[in-house]
Ligand binder design. Sequence first.
Ligand code: NAD
Length: 637
Amino acid sequence: MPDISIRIQGVAGRITLNRPKALNALTYDMATAIEAAIDAWRDDPAVQLVVIDAEGDRAFCAGGDIADLYASGTKGDFAYGRKFWADEYRLNAKLAEYPKPTVSLMQGFTMGGGVGVGCHLGTRIVGDSSQIAMPECGIGLVPDVGGSLILARAPGRLGEYLGTTAGRMGAADAILAGFADAYIPEPEWPALIAALESGDLPAIEKAAQTPADGTLEPLRGQIDAMFAGETLGDIVNLLKAEDSEFAARTLKALNRNSPLAMGCAVEMIHRLRQGTPDIRRALELEYRFTYRAMEKGDFLEGIRAAIIDKDRNPQWKHGLDALPSVAVSQMLLPLGADTLNFEEETTMQIAFIGLGNMGAPMAANLATAGHDVTGFDTAGVTAEGVTSAATAEEAVKGADVVITMLPNGQILRSVAAQIIPHMDKGAALVDCSTVDVESARAVAEQATRAGLLAVDAPVSGGVGGATAGTLTFMCGGSPAAFAKAEPLFDIMGQKAVHCGDAGAGQSAKICNNMILGVTMIATCEAFALADKLGLDRQKMFDVVSTSSGYSWSMNAYCPAPGVGPTSPADNDYKPGFAAELMLKDLRLSQQAAEAVDADTPMGQAAAALYEAFVESEGGKGMDFSAMLPRFEKRGRD
Ligand code: NAD
């Protein structure tokens, strides 16, 4: 995925946020990718530590990508936001509790969602450009992503001050308030990262220096005095009664932000200070607010004023002097059944479009595994355990994952155009059909533009593999998209290979099937030659299957009846894998070869032979291994 780079370098799991033009703002996709990576590295002995940094010099991560939240919330869809926050908070908890050393390097702006990714790690490094803040109250949210925990632990009343005013912290202030651990000048970071990649954690301590003085230390007396009250009202009253430049400046900052959010922030910090604050308690409390933020809070109005209309004139629900305590209590009441539980969803809502020979058994396997599967097929067919929908649009409504298993790229494009506008943001569109690379890429692009995850995941293994749940999936798409679909691949198949970006799965599939077409023809023509040379077919199999001529076509799918393992040849060449499907795949390979100017003479010859076989030699409806009787009947011309 271009927005984030995830790799292992040396002994370090490396995550680099890579959206510098958007100040590395965290998207849903990026958060999902980080979670998948740290999950994979937790028990991977090759990864001894995790280092998170970001491209560009303006920001480590200036927050969460909130445009999608606004778009769904203004339509009255609060479910997307709630899921976004629940998933993001689970990531924050995992980062805070990670069992291996973790290091973040945070240049420029680190705000909101960025604090959640960078400021819970074991060692947090800042430099001269660092500006850390929890500015959520400015858009009607409380300091979240676990930020309330750091604020509750900050010395004196710094937490209340920073959480309500959204004040920015340079290196020294961030270290004082507990958002960072070490100051190291940014020119030294590349060498430090190289040392970390070789496992040298003590390099941090060696490189750490004393930062220039911050602005908070001299203000601590005033902050502790003014922010000592029980409620936001107490704080405002004290500031108003104080005749100082600090009080005037601070009141001005509070006047900009949502009183409801600030009142709740103060209350949350106080609650967290009772007992031992921990990340899960903090996130659970934050989620009570964010769960209600769109419906009952100032959040949508806050984004409108700051980001959409940019009038900087939000009409908050309450005045700074008139925040009823009941409003704070109501936002922070426990959520009952909807309490944040940090669990990953195990039962998914799946839509399955195309319930033909392959799709029906694949969908049935997903239903048997306990998923909630709704299916649609224009032929009106259905599958065991699958609820039928009247239309494709109805099937995809509310689905976490939509799987398509359709005849070709043209049909895929038209189905995608039909369903994408009806899919929930953050849902995944997984196409398992075999289609041309161009269609796969076009559909993925359309899906990504609509805020969806997309995977092209063609399969190998045929109807037998689809029924037995032993397919192999060849996948293209972002790491986050692949991670979302992977548990489903595990049910429908035995192996899923993430081959690269969008279209990579189809590229792998057509290359594989070009080899299959060519080797099947070679195997069949060799049998026909062996026949004419008077060689016994069983002896031919015994030799070739254990010699250098062996292949899947010979060893696993022998085209000679009565020889080798049972195959369609033993069933009068009924498919199996139909010759016309092989012709389709060979044509796709030649179409792709033409597009990229690749020389594929054997693939071309195989395509021509299957074309003749299907279109004029009675091969239609036969298995693709029926090339053997075709060769048997023929001489050299
Ligand atoms: P199929 O023809 O049996 O199934 C396709 C289904 O799609 C049909 O039931 C059809 O009614 C339905 N359909 C067509 N247009 C539709 C639309 N607009 N909306 C909803 N449904 C629609 O084909 P299959 O054998 O299941 O193969 C499906 C895909 O899998 C193909 O791309 C094929 O190349 C690939 N594939 C097949 C095999 C195999 O052995 N059959 C193996 C690997 C890959």
